[in-house]
Design a protein around this ligand. Structure first.
Ligand code: PAF
Length: 278
């Protein structure tokens, strides 16, 4: 894997790819099997694969975990090498933001729902850095995980509304054997928190069960999910919702294609998960 640390090195490496098509996987590092599944998808869709590793300060709130977000470049690079990545871009904050950006990408009201309601400015930070990465890489395809559902929906919409170019692919959530969705933030969990974190997936499964039983009211499905979470002393829900997959608006009627989405504090760690109704 070729490592570029500056925009200039990246521009050179990008030029050297010549006519090859490029699949980009933007990440914040601390890579796990979920990220590596995105690399596999990028490789299936393009003839060269690039991964960016950048913990983006713009998308963290003042009381969030920017400083302690896990960073392990050597391990990340070994994993990317093993998975056949062609190019890794690992800029510093000063390299990525030589000046404080004045022009940013704002998500509008779709950014105020779900996670956006609790993380003001988060999606503006995400969209701004992703737009910059698209400008730097000019990828043909960009791959994002479905675990960050709102992020994926907003990036798709940004690419359409601003004609940014790449085809955006969403990748299925990769789970631990007990059902916990893989996340770099799982590393924060104590052993007891890790045991109880399975409750997020349990609540989604409960939602599926109630829906499969014929329930038509979204509120009733959501109530059953909240009851399932309440069995875990360390889990504190921030939101539990059934939403339309395109608009992220809350729905009243439980229907196939709608998404069950939740954000839950497990101790001090905020975890999210979601699942589409069949
Ligand atoms: O999903 C992430 O890791 C980040 O939000 C992303 C897309 C790399 C932007 O910083």
């Amino acid at each position: 894997v070729i490592v570029a640390r500056t925009r200039q090195e990246l521009a050179r490496a990008r030029r050297d790819l010549g006519e090859r098509t490029l699949g980009l996987v933007p990440t914040m590092g601390a890579l796990h099997e979920g990220h590596l599944s995105l690399v596999d998808i990028a490789r299936a869709e393009a003839t060269a694969v690039a991964v960016s590793i950048f913990v983006n300060p713009l998308q963290f709130g003042p009381s969030e975990d920017f400083a302690r977000y896990p960073r392990d470049e050597q391990r990340d690079l070994a994993l990317l090498e093993a998975r056949g990545t062609d190019l890794a871009f690992i800029p510093t904050v000063d390299e990525m933001y030589p000046r404080q950006p004045v022009i940013t990408v704002t998500p509008g009201k779709m950014g105020d729902r779900l996670c956006g309601a609790f993380r003001p400015g988060h999606f503006e930070g995400v969209l701004t850095v992703v737009a910059k990465l698209f400008g730097l890489f000019r990828p043909d395809v960009a791959v994002f995980g479905q675990k960050d559902l709102q992020q994926l929906v907003l990036i798709r919409r940004m690419v359409q509304d601003l004609e940014l170019g790449p085809t955006v692919r969403g990748a299925p959530i990769v789970r631990e054997p007990d059902g916990l969705a893989m996340s770099s933030r799982n590393a924060y969990l104590s052993p007891e928190e890790r045991r109880q974190a399975v409750g997020l997936h349990g609540a989604l499964q409960r939602g599926h069960e109630v829906y499969a039983g014929g329930e038509k009211s979204a509120a009733t499905v959501v109530r059953a999910m909240r009851d399932a979470l309440a069995a875990f002393a360390l889990l504190q829900p921030q939101y539990v919702e059934m939403v339309n997959p395109d608009t992220l608006e809350r729905v009243e009627r439980a229907e196939g294609g709608n998404v069950l989405a939740l954000a839950v504090f497990c101790g001090r760690t905020r975890l999210i998960d979601n699942s589409v109704l069949p």
